[in-house]
Design a protein around this ligand. Structure first.
Ligand SMILES: Nc1ncnc2c1ncn2[C@@H]1O[C@H](COP(=O)(O)OP(=O)(O)OP(=O)(O)O)[C@@H](O)[C@H]1O
Ligand SMILES: [Mg+2]
Length: 249
């Protein structure tokens, strides 16, 4: 068996939007793959198609032509129910704007992610607690998002993204709304997840220093892959000099 199977694979993928009678080509003939356990960043100018690319990887949208394979299965012809199922079973999302539910506590925000998959309530609560502990937020279980800092909100979002044991994690500018200290903490967390749990991660970022946490950067421009670059794949100490401890299970 292949030691490093492909988790995500694009074959000649294009994505175009209709604007009146015009077609706007956003992704053009993209072919690449992400292997199990890889940490890849996607970089490129604003409007180059990074979020669109992530949406296709995340089964939130479908290509105009070409094929998208998730764990070897061609999802480009899936209907919306099949896509929803694959999203909840296989994919964890982290967004720039956190996207937490404002009226739910940190614990409930993590727990609710599991309700789609019919996990019993007691089990959901226990797992949500474990996940909040993993992101060092046990003390904040009962806080609603408005009672959390930006960095804490993003750590709750990371815990939520892990709730259904996804095959891979997608993060669209996870540090985009954070100051540098919180951004470093969130990146150390994401990096430690990758190191300790061999989580497959694809992350969009504008910032070269953030991309250095990944192993490989895919640079895109005008909807095409311009180049690939090997990155450090290493974390940095946070400004407080404290690395987040992720040894808990
Ligand atoms: N639903 C849509 N309909 C029409 N055009 C769209 C739609 N979504 C995105 N676009 C266009 O597609 C292009 C790529 O958008 P995308 O959001 O993928 O860029 P991006 O690389 O993520 O940019 P940024 O760094 O600013 O987030 C942009 O020119 C955008 O205007
Ligand atoms: Mg974007």
């Amino acid at each position: 068996m292949d030691q490093n199977p492909k988790v995500i694979s694009f074959e000649n993928v294009t994505k175009a939007y209709s604007l009146g009678d015009r077609q706007l080509a956003v992704l053009k003939d993209m072919t690449f793959s992400i292997k199990k356990g890889e940490f890849v960043s996607v970089m490129g100018p604003s409007g180059s198609g990074k979020s669109t690319l992530l949406q296709l990887m995340g089964c939130l949208d479908q290509p105009s032509s070409g094929k998208v394979f998730i764990d070897g299965v061609d999802v480009s012809t899936f209907n919306s129910e099949q896509l929803a199922e694959i999203r909840s079973n296989k994919i964890g999302f982290v967004f720039q704007a956190f996207n937490l539910l404002p009226n739910l506590t940190a614990l409930q925000n993590v727990e609710i992610a599991m309700s789609i998959n019919e996990v019993p309530k007691q089990e959901r609560m226990e797992k949500a607690k474990r996940l909040l502990k993993l992101v060092d937020l046990s003390e904040r279980e009962t806080h609603v998002p408005s009672e959390l800092s930006g960095g804490e909100k993003q750590r709750v979002a990371v815990a939520r993204a892990l709730a259904n044991n996804p095959s891979f994690l997608l993060a669209d500018e996870p540090t985009g709304n954070l100051d540098s200290k919180s951004g470093t903490d969130v990146m150390n967390l994401i990096h430690d997840l990758w190191k300790t749990k061999q989580t497959t991660i694809v992350m969009v970022t504008h910032e070269p220093v953030v991309a250095q946490y990944s192993q490989r950067a895919i640079h895109i421009r005008d909807g095409m892959i311009e180049s690939e670059e090997k990155m450090r794949g290493a974390g940095f100490a946070s400004s407080a000099g404290k690395k987040i401890d992720l040894k808990l299970k």
